[in-house]
Write a protein that binds this ligand. Structure first.
Ligand code: TXA
Ligand code: MG
Length: 319
């Protein structure tokens, strides 16, 4: 098992030596390495059992630093950066050669964000390199929102977990970039579509490639149809109807409805932001229960509800 602690100096030292350290962010825990050290980055892919066609997000602490890693910063994207960094927003920017091709899976753009977590921001300021950090879970499984989640699954392959408590947002960052000169969303996440559109001042479409029904192409990065998946089967629909059919089922619920089954409630007061923060803990808890199957229903499609429903759909997809 890895050591869990709050020692930023120790984390900085390990990362400088090319080792892997799990870091807290406001979205989910990341599995970090020196983004400029190809051998260290290769260790991240290996530890997660992640295919190298799925590129990594790099993390740094200021817009000036981001400009050291990209050739240009389109003005609409810079507006978003100024509005929401540090925060749950990742931008796709044309990369400079300093960023290894392994980080971007050979693509011309690098994904960058400034995370909003005091410990990690302090750590980033102490390093003279950015951190490449995917979510700290085995490839395809539910992302971690507590240090213990990381330790359970990756504790045997990393040295240290920087303990920043529970992740406040609880779902991954929203990814935004330009497609043929037009701004679009590549992954729904912790910044809502409303928040993005408020700053951009117009509708921001979802990139065609990531629409769930027509997408399961592993040559394009991320956003695979089956993702964020518990080991148990997850079925989405009317919970009371499903409970008639499935006897040994556990329920991931929302709001004040009561079900006659083992239940993890995402938010009793039906608060979508609270539900996002609890989503991955809920999926993990029920995945570890004695139930054979997990049932849930979609949340209202407002604010982070759209991103939560996207995660649920992918978690329920056939592997
Ligand atoms: O909130 C987050 O974004 C978390 C925390 C740790 O920062 N990180 C995270 O990383 O969710 P990961 O690796 O689990 O998901 C990153 C996704 C990839 O699957 C891919 O879809 C997309 O980001 N991505 C990364 N680089 C890209 C690129 N150059 N072009 C297109 N998509 C990219
Ligand atoms: Mg991930």
């Amino acid at each position: 098992m890895a050591v869990i602690g709050k020692d930023i100096l120790k984390a900085a030292q390990l990362l400088t030596e090319g080792k892997l350290v799990a870091i807290p962010t406001e979205t989910v825990y990341g599995l970090a390495s020196n983004a400029l050290d190809v051998t260290a980055v290769a260790g991240v892919f290996k530890a997660k059992n992640r295919p190298t066609f799925d590129p990594l997000i790099i993390h740094t602490y200021s817009i000036e630093k981001v400009k050291e890693y990209c050739r240009e910063f389109p003005s609409e994207l810079e507006k978003l950066a100024k509005a929401y960094w540090p925060g749950p927003l990742t931008l796709l920017l044309p990369k400079k050669n300093i960023i290894p091709d392994l980080v971007t899976s050979g693509l011309d753009r690098v994904a960058v964000r400034i995370p909003n977590h005091p410990l990690t921001l302090e750590l980033l300021q102490q390093l003279n390199f950015p951190l490449a950090a995917p979510s700290a879970n085995p490839f395809g499984y539910v992302s971690p929102t507590k240090p213990e989640h990381v330790n359970k699954q990756l504790g045997n392959v990393i040295d240290y977990i920087l303990d920043g408590g529970n992740c406040e947002v609880g779902i991954e960052s929203t990814i935004v970039g330009m497609e043929n000169g037009k701004i679009c969303i590549y992954r729904l996440g912790g910044s809502s579509i409303e928040q993005i559109e408020k700053v951009v001042g117009k509708n921001v479409p979802i990139a065609i490639g990531m629409k769930i029904n027509n997408y399961n192409d592993p040559s394009a990065p991320g956003q695979l149809k089956s993702h964020y998946s518990p080991t148990k089967k997850l079925i989405i629909g009317n919970i009371e109807e499903l409970l008639k059919k499935f006897k040994n089922a556990a329920v991931l619920s929302f709001g004040n409805k009561k079900h006659n089954a083992l239940t993890f409630n995402l938010s009793e007061k039906a608060d979508i932001t609270e539900a996002a923060a609890n989503l991955f803990t809920g999926l993990r808890t029920l995945d570890e229960s004695d139930a054979e199957i997990i049932l849930c229903d979609y949340l209202p499609e407002t604010g982070l509800g759209i991103a939560i429903n996207d995660r649920l759909t992918r978690a329920s997809a056939e592997k």
